[in-house]
Design a protein around this ligand. Structure first.
Ligand code: MN
Length: 362
């Protein structure tokens, strides 16, 4: 990986000495750096992290924007506030999920699109909730600090590396930083971090540590429940309401199963929202919703998971012609239209979907 993309640092020969875990000649592997940080206390970690920065620094925090990355970046911004000249958060991905847009609006998270500004004015680079190897855009920087909870990857280095793979969310790690630095997070920041831990651990249904639980409890006292609820429930755009109409127009119900084909959709997420909505109907065993998005047939499966397996059904139906899989209760298939027989495609409607699936559901 090239490191010469980094804007030249003038008369800064003391660089990378701060943490003491990288020698001048040979940078440590991410794994070796992370090991050193792992042995530190939270206080020592914060001290090592903060020692990277000087008053006159302009800091760029890079993220792939999801709730965890956004909350963690916001917390790092708070941690560095008044310690450096400027802090900018930049995201490489397009933010499409409505909940994430609601989070940005309601909690006023200052984000910038990656390409829209000059990077030569920045003197320090921080990567949060991601690693350089995750994304070619992110890899174009030589980072001063990388803080993340994904499995450690190789092929990059940074003076400060804090990667704790066992954590459910980076937000928990940064909450510990804030506490170690004696910073009480604001309501907005607490709500962001709380929501981040909730989403990344899927309400603690996914891997998490006791530390995630501690942070969750600590933040709980400081959040605004109304803001949280508005972020969590906002998952439909006004412009997407028409897909509900399409669903009600197309719906077929037989044998405790709901089927609907919505035709072309602007964003496949709406299929998930519609499918989840129909799971609220009493006495329904299966919900199967399909639509066409960017030359693919996308099918969303929902079932009660009791003696049923949505993941297996999706696999059996579409595994050979596209990507398909999921869990017992929820699954998804994406089939390139060119892989479907033309006669099927011609007038694809709810009946077609129903016929396809009936064969496989006894
Ligand atoms: Mn995360």
């Amino acid at each position: 990986m090239s490191s010469n993309n980094n804007p030249k640092k003038d008369n800064n020969s003391s660089k990378s000495k701060s943490q003491g875990n990288s020698t001048e000649q040979e940078p440590l592997s991410p794994e070796a750096s992370a090991k050193i940080t792992k042995r530190m206390s939270n206080r020592e970690r914060v001290r090592a992290f903060l020692s990277l920065f000087k008053r006159e620094d302009h800091v760029l925090i890079n993220i792939v924007a999801d709730p965890d990355a956004m909350a963690s970046a916001l917390a790092i911004k708070r941690l560095l506030a008044r310690r450096v000249d400027e802090i900018v958060i930049a995201h490489v991905n397009e933010i499409k999920r409505v909940n994430n847009l609601a989070m940005i609006n309601l909690l006023k998270i200052p984000l910038n699109r990656f390409r829209t500004f000059k990077r030569d004015k920045f003197t320090k680079f921080v990567l949060i909730d991601s690693q350089p190897s995750h994304n070619p855009e992110l890899a174009r920087f030589q980072y001063d600090a990388v803080i993340d909870h994904h499995p450690i990857t190789d092929g990059w280095d940074a003076p400060f590396v804090d990667i704790r793979n066992d954590y459910g969310a980076t937000a928990s790690m940064i909450t510990e930083y804030l506490r170690a630095a004696n910073i009480k997070p604001s309501v907005a920041l607490s709500t962001a971090l709380f929501y981040a831990i909730k989403t990344d651990t899927q309400n603690f249904a996914k891997k998490a540590t006791a530390q995630d639980v501690f942070c969750f409890q600590y933040l709980f006292k400081r959040i605004n429940q109304n803001l949280l609820r508005r972020i969590e429930t906002a998952d439909v755009r006004k412009s997407e309401l028409k897909y509900f109409k399409a669903a009600f127009d197309a719906i077929k119900i037989s044998k405790n199963r709901i089927y609907a084909h919505l035709g072309k959709v602007g964003n496949p997420d709406i299929l998930v929202v519609v499918a989840d909505f129909f799971t609220h109907v009493h006495d329904i065993g299966w919900v199967i919703i399909s639509g066409i998005y960017s030359e693919k047939l996308v099918v969303i499966f929902r079932c009660d998971g009791y003696r049923k397996d949505a993941g297996k059904l999706a696999q059996r139906l579409f595994g050979d012609v596209g990507s398909a899989g999921g869990h017992r209760q929820s699954a998804r298939a994406e089939v390139p239209l060119k892989n479907l027989p033309p006669h099927l495609l011609k007038n694809f409607c709810t009946r077609t979907l129903q016929r396809l699936i009936k064969k496989h559901l006894a």
